[in-house]
Design a binder for this molecule. Sequence first.
Ligand SMILES: *Cc1c(COP(=O)(O)O)cnc(C)c1O
Length: 395
Amino acid sequence: MKTEELMTQSDKNIIGTYRRQPVVLVKGSGARVWDSDGKEYLDFVAGIAVCSLGHSNPKVVAALQRQAELLTHVSNLYYTEPQIRLAGMLVENSFADKVFFCNSGAEANEAAIKLARKYAYDNSKGDRYEIITMRGSFHGRTLAAITATAQEKFHVGFAPLPKGFRYVPFNDVKVLEKAIRKKTCAVMVEPIQGESGVQMPSPGYLKGVRQICHDKGILLILDEVQTGMGRTGKLFAHEHFGIKPDIMTLAKALGNGYPLGALLTTDQVASAFGPGTHASTFGGNPLGMAAGIAVLRALLEDGVMDNCREVGAYLRERLSDLKKKHFTIQEVRGMGLMVGMDLTIDGAAIVRRCLERGLLINNAGEHILRFVPPLTISKEDVDRAVEILDEALEG
Ligand SMILES: *Cc1c(COP(=O)(O)O)cnc(C)c1O
């Protein structure tokens, strides 16, 4: 089928929840993907910060192949070795003592919301269920996750939403402290807000949030679905800020494209999730675990995070150089290879022009471009991407 035909078929048979670019992608390798007409693209979206080791990473592919031939799925009625191994690796390399596996970011956050409530229920008299989240946040698309997402545009038409969420501005510890009341059981925050355009925490903010949660005896949930797994140059973004959460959620890059999510927590908090309290049919299945093991091993052993820090700094430097030339660029910010660029003009038009010239980027918010390439990207690829963006900004 031709590209046009494929797109027509897609619109006919697939519910229109996505605004898609007019390309059909058929294969990928490293930082490159190809469309159905054979055109090559440099990929600075990477499945939205998912394919951090590049497309069709040989180690992840080999791990999936091996595991698919050995054992794909048996349910959590039984122990399986890959699940035990990945949990061990995550625990060894994080603040956490225990892990719960699921299949996506929204699911991981749903589990975090349930766990925080259950922990409060088990450990306090009276109603404590309220979770405070930040304006501009994004936590996923299930009913509880959109309610945790403090942006009204995601709520329209889905009322009634679950009760027990309260919103405060991001980067304001004073308002947060005042908002905490008897009913509050947790605060949930992204270390860097991803979907609203790579919004950075102000200096001392996350430390302040940690301190408040500690003082008030409530849990700190960090949503590291986008910032985790090396994206910012450390395995988890909170390591940059000298804090530890009580609960952390992961997904996106955890499986390099194999759908995989996880909740990590301490022994103490984990005790609230006994048998029968939470579950997932596919969660922790051997295939996903094999992908996760290959990803984590590569991040820890192959110098991927060193490359992320070095090339990330280079990308920000090159983009800042562009700012001197294009007055439509307001700001360049980020950490590692999670980079945002504020524009005075419509981001979608620039995204389209880059696509035509063979570069995939996306806009998070109307006026913000987001760059989240594979962490394995080279400086030459950054040069190429900046060259294309430069042209696209010329109009
Ligand atoms: C992408 C994202 C989610 C949602 O993940 P899904 O896998 O799409 O459910 C949640 N939180 C953050 C911070 C994200 O970036």
